[in-house]
Ligand binder design. Structure first.
Ligand code: PGA
Length: 250
């Protein structure tokens, strides 16, 4: 069901002690009674701690990545079973940093999505164009291809466990945000593309988050747009005050 979500992607930040501190600060400051689901995605090694600290709270935990295989000789990798066995039910897949630095392709990501869904995890699937794509007016094509190649092999039923995050690469960690109008335009396009493929109910029920330099001072305007259902937050998720203020923007 489409609903508001604010998810903090901590990337490769925060050691064990810092994770505990940030989580307890968020817990202390989080406003109650907001109609928004809150998720945090610490590093793999701190997921157990996060699950433990957030038990009996309404903050959920997500992994930032996952391997597509069930298990085996993949040194340094983490499986879906390892994640779900400690209580992690959400996974971010296809983040642009994974695509760019670790050469993750849409075909690989489609496999990862299948594995995650097989393990009844919910996937936060990231899509978004690079600056050159937007300059060449290819941004809609790029996002369309990422959707088709990464997700459109799924049946309509699978979409209850898919959340999308539109993250224009040029806005990630740069301080440059898409304007609320640019975000709305792309989110509407994404929902429309899903509507064409799967029909009204799938399109209306999928939550589409915006990511890319969301801060306390721009969150409200971005979240006010019709097709924006929340945010995937990087830098501003590392400071409790900022993260909580972004949740509070709903
Ligand atoms: P940012 O990162 O908020 O620091 O731009 C967003 C993301 O990468 O998910």
């Amino acid at each position: 069901m489409r609903h508001n979500i604010v998810a903090g992607n901590w990337k490769m930040n925060k050691n064990a002690g810092e994770t505990a501190k940030l989580l307890s600060d968020i817990l202390n400051q989080l406003p109650s009674g907001k109609e928004v689901e809150v998720l945090v995605a610490p590093s793999f090694v701190n997921l157990s701690q996060a699950i433990h600290m957030l038990e009996h709270t309404n903050i959920g935990v997500a992994a930032q990545n996952m391997h597509q295989a069930e298990g085996g000789a993949f040194t340094g990798e983490i499986s879906a079973d390892m994640l779900t066995s400690i209580g992690v039910q959400n996974v971010i897949l296809g983040h642009s940093e994974r695509r760019q630095y670790f050469k993750e392709t849409d075909a690989l990501l489609a496999n990862k999505v299948d594995t995650a869904l097989k393990h009844e995890m919910r996937v936060i699937f990231c899509i978004g164009e690079e600056l050159k794509d937007r300059q060449n007016k290819q941004h809609f094509n790029v996002v369309d291809n990422q959707l088709r190649d990464g997700l459109f092999h799924l049946g309509a039923n699978a979409w209850v466990n898919i959340v999308l995050a539109y993250e224009p690469v040029w806005a990630i960690g740069t301080g440059e945000t898409a304007t609320p109008e640019q975000a709305q335009e792309m989110h509407q396009f994404i929902r429309e593309t899903i509507r064409h493929k799967y029909g009204e109910s799938t399109a209306e029920n999928v939550s589409i988050l915006y990511g890319g330099s969301v801060k306390p001072d721009n969150a409200k305007e971005i979240f006010s747009k019709t097709d924006v259902d929340g945010g995937l937050i990087g830098g501003a998720a590392l400071k409790a005050e900022d993260f909580v203020a972004i949740v509070d923007a709903f």
